[in-house]
Design a protein around this ligand. Structure first.
Ligand code: PTJ
Length: 246
């Protein structure tokens, strides 16, 4: 990695770029993942590169859905593995939830590399290598998934998602929690719970909420979920950004 002095005003953002760039050279991130990252950076800049209150609220609700789920799964792609592999393993253990590698640009080589990356951070079992099921309505490799993983899940956490798969999972009656810095994306609009935050902040913050809420009474948790309105939350995010620009 190139040397970036800690005193640089954009140190964190530049370090994240370095991670993505290295992971692309290592074959974990697809080259278009760099473009996706750049788009994310632009939206993160508009948010002030911090977890805004609406994101924190969505992260809390996401934690509750993951806690009350019977078969929760965290979907992992190249960018997520590059940025938060360790944090996803830790989140999976805290819920507990399965991890499944599910790629837009699917190759066996990338799947194997991402599985190894997750295992190097302590993952004991990673789904996504079998590919013995198909998400209905998706005519693309991204529809391939594991029968014992995403296919039979009830709640799926999908960081950095493409809109079509998000909708297809909802059509399968799954609850979809999306993490997407772009509040205008199809994924953001389609998901049941949309977290407009950077994965590097969102994943650890969901885990913080898991730990805080794990022993709470079910009726208390259900009341929090009932009072959450995803469309309103997204509108509030857009108002937050526009006020910041004014
Ligand atoms: O690894 P693969 O093969 O599964 O491919 C992954 C990418 C990301 C290339 C693929 O899913 C893709 O093309 O995604 P999109 O359609 O470009 O969408 C990515 C979305 O994630 C965009 O709306 C970005 O704003 C958002 N995004 C990018 N970086 C981050 C992010 N959201 C949260 N945290 C980030 N760090």
């Amino acid at each position: 990695m190139s040397e970036i002095p800690k005193s640089h005003p954009r140190y964190i953002s530049l370090m994240i770029r370095e991670k993505i760039s290295k992971a692309m050279k290592d074959g974990i991130v697809h080259e278009t993942g760099l473009i996706a990252h750049g788009r994310g950076e632009a939206f993160d800049y508009l948010l002030g590169e911090k977890t805004i209150p609406m994101a924190d609220e969505a992260e809390k609700v996401a934690a509750i859905f993951l806690l009350i789920a019977k078969k929760p799964v965290i979907s992992i792609n190249g960018n997520v593995a590059a940025l938060v592999a360790e944090e996803c393993v830790s989140l999976g253990e805290s819920i507990p939830a399965k991890l499944e590698v599910n790629l837009f640009h699917r190759t066996q080589e990338r799947i194997d590399k991402i599985v190894k990356e997750l295992e190097s951070h302590g993952a004991k079992e990673v789904y996504g290598t079998v590919g013995d099921a198909q998400i209905p309505g998706l005519e693309h490799d991204r529809g391939i998934c594991d029968k014992d993983g995403i296919f039979s899940s009830d709640v799926v956490l999908v960081p950095l998602e493409d809109g079509d798969r998000c909708q297809a999972l909802i059509d399968m009656d799954k609850t979809v929690i999306a993490i997407d810095l772009n509040p205008l994306s199809r994924t953001a609009k389609n998901a049941n719970i949309t977290i407009v935050d950077n994965v590097v902040r969102a994943i650890p913050n969901i885990e913080k909420w898991i730990k805080k809420l794990k022993n709470e009474d079910a009726s208390y948790l259900i009341n929090i979920v009932k009072s959450f309105d995803n469309n309103k939350n997204l509108q509030d995010v857009l108002s937050y950004i526009t006020k910041k620009l004014a």
